[in-house]
Design a protein around this ligand. Structure first.
Ligand SMILES: [Zn+2]
Ligand SMILES: [Zn+2]
Length: 303
């Protein structure tokens, strides 16, 4: 199951009610902070999520409304020793920028106690674990080396306890392997096939997060059929000229992508303060039924 918490949903500048871009994707014990706009550490505190196990940051791109909070957050992680190492994943240009921020501005006199792992993104998997794959895919926006992220759970089969007991499969490693679809050989030499002790396969859930985008071109293949798509929608369709000039999406572009991709649920973020409350939501609903405009601290479960 995935849990997504929106920490900052404002476009470019914060407002009284919206912080700058950041959201947390949780899967099991793993936590991925996507973007880290100014004020993100305070949003983490206010949300109750805290800093535990916060060891991975994924940056969609290098614009400062998505990046500037990294200095303060890393400073606090270092001070509180709440994590030993922090891995920062970004495309080449935003990674260089984040590195300059931490190494030249935050810690000019030498490296901190906090270990920093700089991971340069290229299209493809950045994590391929037994239960979860995370893939980076390119996004077009007015900044170099922009990426979106696709989180995919590995399909699992539910173990049937009565059959496990009847066949004498002990708790622990053997049951875990059967759940992953592997056969096991018991200590007395008897072989148990997964089909003997499992129910129907439960498909893995899929979540896609796209940051700022000047166009939806090329995104369809990466977000097709996802259970949840998070994407920006900074402008109403009436302002499509402004959207194009500033390399952002309109509500219509975002909902069209969701419709064509057949996504389960669409959440829109990166909201401009220029529009009256409800205007984006109303236009979005006309284009795609299963849509929400994210507010700070909104939380959605996928599972
Ligand atoms: Zn932005
Ligand atoms: Zn941007």
């Amino acid at each position: 199951m995935f849990e997504i918490t929106f920490l900052g949903t404002a476009a470019s500048v914060p407002s009284a009610g919206r912080g700058l871009s950041s959201l947390l994707v949780e899967h099991g014990r793993r936590r991925f902070l996507i973007d880290c706009g100014e004020g993100t550490q305070r949003q983490l505190m206010a949300s109750g999520l805290g800093f535990r196990r916060l060891d991975t940051v994924l940056l969609t791109h290098g614009h400062l409304d998505h990046l500037l909070g990294l200095g303060g957050l890393a400073g606090t992680l270092n001070l509180w020793r709440s994590t030993e190492r922090l891995a920062i994943h970004a495309g080449p240009a935003p990674l260089r920028l984040a590195r300059r921020l931490l190494e030249e501005v935050v810690w000019p006199d030498g490296p901190p106690r906090l270990g920093l792992d700089w991971r340069e993104l290229s299209p493809g998997p950045l994590l391929a674990a037994r239960d979860l794959t995370v893939t980076a895919f390119p996004v077009r926006h007015a900044a170099p080396d922009c990426f979106g992220f696709l989180f995919e759970e590995t399909p699992r089969r539910h173990l049937l306890a009565d059959r496990l007991d009847a066949l004498g499969v002990p708790p622990g490693e053997a049951r875990g392997r059967l759940a992953r679809g592997e056969a096991v050989v018991l200590p007395e030499g008897r072989r148990v096939e997964p089909g003997q002790v499992t129910g129907p396969e439960r498909r893995g859930r899929r979540v896609a997060v796209v940051g700022d985008a000047g166009s939806t071109a090329g995104l369809l293949e990466h977000v097709r059929g996802v259970d949840l798509l998070v994407i920006e929608a900074t402008f109403l369709d009436a302002d499509r000229d402004k959207a194009e000039a500033r390399s952002h999406l309109t509500v219509g572009q975002a909902t069209r992508l969701a419709r064509e991709a057949g996504v389960g649920e669409l959440w829109l973020n990166h909201q401009s303060a220029r529009y009256p409350a409800g205007a984006v939501e109303a236009e979005a609903r006309a284009g795609f039924g299963r849509v929400r405009v994210a507010a700070d601290f909104d939380r959605v479960s996928v599972g």
